[in-house]
Design a protein around this ligand. Structure first.
Ligand code: HPA
Ligand code: ZN
Length: 326
């Protein structure tokens, strides 16, 4: 459609993408086979059949299970490279991607195996696809702060290729405040800070991410609209929200795309941006997220362009590089 053509043409940035969530069933089967691992599915169709979720936790259980076939550096390279070639075709110019080291180190895959594969693909993407990148290591919030400290320690030899830390996994019952000390220690190592907050959790978790963890960007943040003082804070301090519309529908954070809060957020002056979260599981990469949102909410061309501009504004690119994209 005309709308899809317009969205394709807009240069975009992806700031909320879990590499493990870009693991397409086709590649999963291929890697499982060469690693002699049997998947609990007999076909790609039966995998897709299993991708029906009622909440975040039901998704996470399947997402962590899928990641278990990743064993070798080449597996992490292939995963990352497949993602980059996909978004290259969607006119994505810059990515800031998450990986979950603990999902792999917990099952005996060494930190360096994971990051070397990812980094090699990101460098190739920079050189061959002209996609610039930042890399964000995400702590799993269902695990302890001690475990996160262990991960921070393991990351230090790779400090130069890790730009920031994030916080993901099961939100309810695992508030940002649980990770106060490790975020402080991460900042002291020079890492930038972001955290998932207000996806399923309350606006209070967004306050905690800002005041206790001192993050500069909130991943999701849907629930902020329930708190006027919080909205004011986000606007005044230009704290970006990295929204993921198809994820929100897939995980029933909202029941329908036409309930998505992004239009209201733009109206209020929040630096809202749109991303894909876990596209292999939720069925939409960047352009599909823009398209479904624009269609359901009847966004104007100006609003669509604002979302893309906000993405570059909220990124960790230098002011110089931002100017080249906006
Ligand atoms: N929320 C929390 N943790 C996650 C997500 C998400 O949307 N995707 C991958 N890990
Ligand atoms: Zn996420």
């Amino acid at each position: 459609s005309e709308l899809q053509r317009i969205i394709q043409g807009i240069p975009k940035t992806e700031l909320h993408l879990h590499l493990e969530g870009s693991f397409e069933p086709e590649l999963m089967f291929q890697i499982a086979k060469r690693n002699n691992i049997t998947l609990p599915y007999d076909s790609i169709e039966s995998v897709k059949e299993a991708y029906k979720f009622n909440n975040l936790q039901e998704f996470l259980d399947i997402y962590y299970a899928g990641a278990q076939v990743l064993l070798h550096e080449q597996d992490f390279f292939d995963l990352t490279w497949a993602y980059l070639t996909k978004v290259h075709s969607e006119n994505v110019k810059h990515v800031e991607v998450f990986f979950d080291p603990q999902t792999h180190t917990e099952r005996g895959v060494a930190f360096d195996v994971v990051i070397k594969g990812i980094h090699r693909a990101l460098e190739k993407g920079k050189n061959e696809l002209n996609i610039s990148y930042k890399l964000i290591m995400s702590y799993l919030r269902h695990l302890s702060e001690g475990d996160a400290f262990k991960t921070l320690e393991e990351s230090l030899p790779f400090k130069d290729i890790i730009d920031g830390v994030g916080l993901d996994s099961s939100e309810m019952g695992n508030p940002p405040s649980k990770f106060e000390k490790v975020f402080k220690a991460s900042a002291a190592q020079g890492y930038k800070l972001v955290a998932h907050a207000g996806e399923e959790g309350p606006a209070d978790y967004i306050w905690e991410a800002l005041d206790i963890l001192k993050v500069e960007r909130i991943d999701h943040g849907n629930r902020c609209l329930t708190d006027e003082a919080l909205v004011k804070r986000l606007v005044n301090e230009k704290i970006a929200l990295t929204l993921c519309p198809t994820s929100n529908v897939a995980l029933k954070v909202i029941q329908n795309m036409d309930e998505h809060p992004v239009a209201k957020m733009l109206d209020k002056g929040i630096v809202a941006t749109i991303h894909s979260d876990d596209p292999a599981y939720f069925g939409g990469y960047m352009n599909e997220n823009y398209y479904q949102t624009a269609k359901a909410l009847n966004l104007s061309l100006e609003q669509i362009e604002q979302l893309a501009i906000n993405g570059f504004e909220a990124s960790w690119l230098s002011d110089e590089s931002k100017k080249q994209h906006i």
